[in-house]
Design a protein around this ligand. Structure first.
Ligand code: SF4
Ligand code: SF4
Length: 452
């Protein structure tokens, strides 16, 4: 039985039909066994009062059939998210994989990507992930004292040890996984501690650093322009990324993959970022609730962004509707002049619309809350990105940049350095304080050199 969709689903006008689109499926809705204090999704439970928050198998089958049929590309990715999707149980996911096999076209490749807090996983889950080539995203915010600041269970107890156990099980079973690390007031002053922990203790080669920008309002929707004190600040997010980049570019290029560094290199080599928030427009990354309600985006699971329900419209109708086209085009069409004139717009593209709630210096609305951080980071990496792009164009490995950095670092360290006050403007002309710019870099050089 299909659950009754939200009232008031709009009529749809056909728009451009995408060749492919991506849906984040939430089979257990917003339900989670944890109670992370910064989670933007737990409040979405209130959209479905009285629901059991379980996607029924007949709806899953119809979804699988339509989703595969709608993709005009040879590779289809099923993305599972929550809440916590593993609350559906392993048998439900076995059924999901069987349905994919039933409906896939000859020659088509099916992939599964699942985001989890890891706390419910055991050997059986990991055997299943490995056998079915699931790519698993594991949420971890760094070492225990930083992770457990906000990532707690329903009783307020820390969760780090349980997440670490999942990472170990992944290693034992050969499960491919990456770490999704959020950056917030609890860990934003510890970039190297976080990065080195994920790299050396967790042993992951793939990580993404997602800024927590949590609106401070009663609705839990993208409304208002105040953020909670758990949120990262704009400059701190930039500084966090810069500090990690300074270590990465000296020792981990080609070995550790950090999503925003990949995005930047793609832009500097003239390619698309592969991540909606840095695309010129968006609209092809939608979100589906457990009852078949389809929303424009995972960050806009709100009544105003409900496209419809599968009981009323096909997936293709909803993803290719004029409403959804307008949602995606607005990312490009509503950029303030400040962004249009920006020297790093080609890589930033104004960031995600959900964070565009501050004003530009001349008072225009619609600037991204993270702008100062993005601008500092993308300008900071300009020169090394240009170097790596040139290496790639010459069919050489970007990792060669590490030896160039080593030579330059050694030459600099050998030079007697004119003493610069830590709080003075940086001599490089960035406009930032020396201690937050080249002073930080010099410190990182010393620290890396000291680590051999
Ligand atoms: S609103 Fe943001 S997260 Fe959603 S699709 Fe657009 S860029 Fe991506
Ligand atoms: S760095 Fe700031 S001004 Fe530049 S494109 Fe991004 S959000 Fe706009």
């Amino acid at each position: 039985m299909l659950e009754i969709p939200l009232a008031g689903t709009p009529a749809l006008t056909p728009g451009r039909t995408p060749n492919s689109f991506h849906i984040m499926l939430k089979p257990s809705g917003a339900i989670c066994n944890l109670d992370c204090t910064y989670c933007y999704f737990l409040s979405k439970e209130e959209l479905y009062p009285g629901s059991d928050f379980r996607m029924p198998l007949d709806l899953l089958e119809e979804y699988t059939r339509q989703y595969i049929e709608a993709q005009k590309v040879p590779e289809v990715t099923f993305a599972w998210q929550g809440g916590e999707p593993t609350l559906m149980g392993l048998d439900w996911f076995r059924e999901a994989v069987a349905l994919q096999q039933k409906y896939k076209r000859p020659g088509m490749r099916i992939q599964n990507a699942l985001q989890t807090n890891g706390t419910l996983l055991d050997d059986e889950w990991c055997e299943f992930f490995a056998a079915n080539d699931f790519l698993v995203g594991l949420s971890m915010d760094g070492p225990p004292e930083l992770h457990d600041k906000y990532r707690v269970d329903k009783g307020g107890a820390p969760t780090h040890a349980r997440v670490m156990r999942a990472a170990r099980l992944f290693g034992e079973h050969g499960v491919e996984f990456n770490i999704l690390c959020t950056v917030h007031a609890g860990n934003d002053h510890h970039p190297l501690e976080v990065y080195r922990y994920l790299r050396d203790e967790v042993g992951t080669n793939f990580m993404q650093f997602i800024p927590i920008v949590e609106r401070d309002n009663e609705t839990g929707y993208q409304e208002g322009n105040r953020v909670t004190d758990r949120s990262v600040t704009d400059r701190q997010y930039g500084d966090f990324l810069i500090a990690i980049f300074e270590e990465w570019v000296r020792r981990d290029v080609g070995r550790v993959f950090v999503q925003i560094f990949d995005v930047a290199l793609a832009a500097w080599t003239g390619n698309r970022p592969g991540l909606c928030i840095f695309e010129e427009s968006c609209g092809t990354a939608l979100a589906m609730e457990h009852n078949g309600d389809l929303y424009s985006c995972d960050h806009y699971v709100e009544p105003d962004y409900l496209l419809g329900n599968m009981a009323q419209h096909s997936l293709l109708e909803m993803a290719g509707s004029e409403t959804q086209n307008q949602f995606g085009d607005a990312k490009r069409d509503t950029l303030p002049q400040y962004c249009l004139d920006c020297e790093v717009r080609f890589v930033c593209n104004g960031g995600c619309p959900k964070n565009r709630f501050i004003e530009t210096p001349d008072g225009e609305a619609g600037l991204n809350y993270l702008c100062a951080g993005y601008r500092a980071f993308f300008n900071h990496v300009r020169e090394p990105m240009e170097t790596m792009a040139r290496l790639l164009a010459a069919r050489r490995a970007p990792a060669e940049i590490m030896s160039l950095y080593r030579q330059r670092d050694q030459a600099r360290l050998a030079q007697p350095q004119a003493r610069v006050n830590r709080n003075a403007p940086c001599p490089c002309g960035s406009g930032r304080k020396y201690k937050a710019c080249c002073g930080r870099r010099r410190q990182a050089m010393r620290s890396v050199a000291g680590r051999g």
